[in-house]
Design a binder for this molecule. Structure first.
Ligand code: UDP
Length: 237
């Protein structure tokens, strides 16, 4: 199923797919990290939960016309994807203020953003993923101005699809981070993962946090809340 390990990140390993040129196996790890890797812990079952959650969400995006790298779920912790060259931008969409933006701009917690905000960060751990503007993004990556416009428009489309999905399971999508990659033919598609590691998900009734903030802030059981997200998603199909 898989050949050589090509890359290991904080949350996933990336392997070449056996006998499938241009395809990769993403293997989700049990490691959780926060604050640029300063806080670290292993949670048995986290890799499975994020793989299952991400493998449910990508096909829903496909149904809504979003192009992604996702091909199929392979087993409990692995999925098959198209190989892309990851564009070094973290694209964050925010529906409500929380996290870094409240401190950076002094915006009151939970302030709604209507329309939603799109922010760009430069994907560089050594620099602490700094916030950048469009001009910086064009300078720091190989995307053209029209591709950048398209990436931001796609991020807002993804926000619509995901907000509707999560609303249907009584969860508010507060904010999330996306990464895009360039395929061999030059097209840019959504890559990476969509999971409680990369989204802020609050129970719509109780406002309980059902995402990685329970680990970042030490306020709850990561596996319990990720399991809750998967169970609610499973109930929709
Ligand atoms: N996020 C992420 N990876 C990062 C930084 C942020 O997945 O390296 C996600 C995070 O889970 C949240 C959104 O992007 O859903 C916005 O995060 P924010 O900028 O508020 O950063 P934080 O408060 O986590 O430092």
């Amino acid at each position: 199923m898989k050949d050589a390990l090509l890359y290991e990140g904080k949350a996933k390993q990336v392997y070449a797919a056996k006998n499938k040129p241009g395809q990769l196996v993403l293997s989700y790890k049990n490691d959780a990290t926060a604050f640029n890797g300063e806080k670290k812990e292993v949670f048995n079952g986290k890799g499975r939960l994020n793989n299952e959650i991400s493998s449910r969400i990508f096909p829903i995006l496909h149904e809504n016309g979003i192009k992604t790298h996702f091909i199929e779920r392979l087993n409990e912790t692995e999925q098959l994807v198209y190989q892309t060259e990851i564009i070094p931008l973290e694209v964050v969409v925010r529906n409500k203020a929380t996290g870094s933006i409240t401190k950076r701009l002094g915006i009151k917690e939970k302030t709604p953003f209507e329309p939603p905000l799109v922010e760009l960060f430069y994907k560089d751990d050594d620099l602490g993923d700094p916030l950048i503007n469009d001009e910086h993004a064009l300078f720091l990556s190989n995307v053209t101005p029209s591709e950048l416009k398209e990436i931001k428009a796609t991020a807002l489309e993804i926000n619509k699809s995901l907000s509707t999905l999560f609303e249907s399971i009584n969860i508010t999508l507060v904010d999330f981070k996306l990464e895009f990659g360039r395929m061999e033919d030059g097209r840019i598609v959504l890559a990476d993962e969509i999971s409680p590691d990369t989204c802020r998900l609050w129970d719509s009734n109780t406002q309980e946090k059902l995402d990685k903030d329970v680990f970042r802030q030490g306020t709850g059981d990561l596996i319990e809340v990720y399991e809750e997200i998967l169970q609610r998603l499973e109930a929709t199909s």
